[in-house]
Write a protein that binds this ligand. Sequence first.
Ligand code: TYM
Length: 334
Amino acid sequence: MAGDNSKKIVFSGIQPTGTIHIGNYLGAIKNWAELQNNPDYDCIFFVVDLHAMTVPYDALHFQTTIHNAVLDNLAAGLDPKKCTIFIQSQIKEHSELTWILNTITPLGELQRMTQFKEKAEEQKNEINAGLLTYPVLQAADILLYKTDFVPVGKDQEQHVEFTRTLARKFNSKFGEIFKEPAALIPRVGAKIMSLTDPSKKMSKSHGAESYIALFDSDEAIRRKIKIAVTDSEKETRYDPKNKPAISNLITIYHLFADQPIKEIEKRYAGKGYADLKKDLAEVIIDYLKPLRQKREKLEKNPDYVKNVLEQGRQKAQKIAAATMLEVKKKTGLI
Ligand code: TYM
C-alpha cells in the first residue's frame, strides 16, 4: 500500500490526449502492469491532465478525455487492488511544489530540453510558458511521492535526469528531503517508431496512419500495418540502424507475441514482407482483443471507476501533503 516505507516507490504517468497508442503501451503501460505485481514495489500511476494543458486541447470535452484515459489504463492492465491510480489536478500539491522548484530551476536548462524544442517546433504559434516549465511540473510529480523508480519510455529519460538534478539542488540548498529517482527504461520497446516514418518515434502528432491506437478497430490495424513503410530489400532482419522500419515491425511482433526476435527472423526469412505484415496485424489484434473487452465492461461501470479514483485521490493526497509540509518548513514558508 502507498506509504509503506519498506517498499520502493514506483511512480509514472500518462497524458490524457484522447488516444493511447501501442508506443505508450509497449514503452510504459505494459511495464507498469508487470511492476504492480512485484511485492517489493508500491506502485502509483496517474493521469497528467495539467501537463496536457500545455498543448492545444478542448476544454469542453476535457473531463471526458481525462476519464477515458483512466478507462484506457485500467483496460490495459492497471489493477487498483495492486496499485494507486489518481488524477494529477486533484492533488493541488503538484502545482504548489512546481512553483517552489521553478525558483531553483535555471532557465537555460529548460530551453535545452529535447521535448520542449520539439513541441515548440510543432506548435510555433502557441509556445506557452507551460511548455517550457513542463519538466518542472514533472519533477514535482515525481519528487512529491519520494519516488525510487520511474518506468517510462526513452523519450522521458531526460526529464527524469532533470528531476534528479533538481532533487540534488533542492537538498543541498534547503536540506535533505527528496530522493533521487531512477528511470526504468525497457530494454526493448523503449522507443517504438512511427509506421509511416521510422526515423521518428510513434506519436499522435504525425497523423492517424503513423500509429496504432490501443483501441483501434481490427480493420484499422490491418490497414495501418499493411501500408506501414518498409524498405527496398526483401530481407526480414532485425537491424535497427540499417533497417529501422522492419526492425520496428519485428520489435512490435516480438513484444506482442512474446516470441524471440531470432525466431521471428527465421520464420520470415526469404518470404518478403507481406507475410510478416499479415501475421503481425493478427498478432496485435489477438493481443488487444481482451483489452477492448475489458474496456467495454468498464464503460458500463462508472461507479467502479469513480470509486477507484476516489481511493487513489485519498492515498495520493496523504503522501503529497506530508511532503509539502516538509518542503514548506525547509524553505521557510512555515
Ligand atoms: P506521455 O503521455 O507522452 O507518454 C506516456 C508514456 O509513453 C511513453 N512513450 C513511448 N514509449 C515507447 N515508444 C514510443 N513511441 C512512445 N511514446 C510515448 C513515454 O515515454 C511515457 O512513459 N511527461 C510524461 C508524463 C508525465 C510523467 C510524470 C511520467 C508527467 N509527469 C511523472 C512519469 C513521471 C509523458 O510525456 O507522457
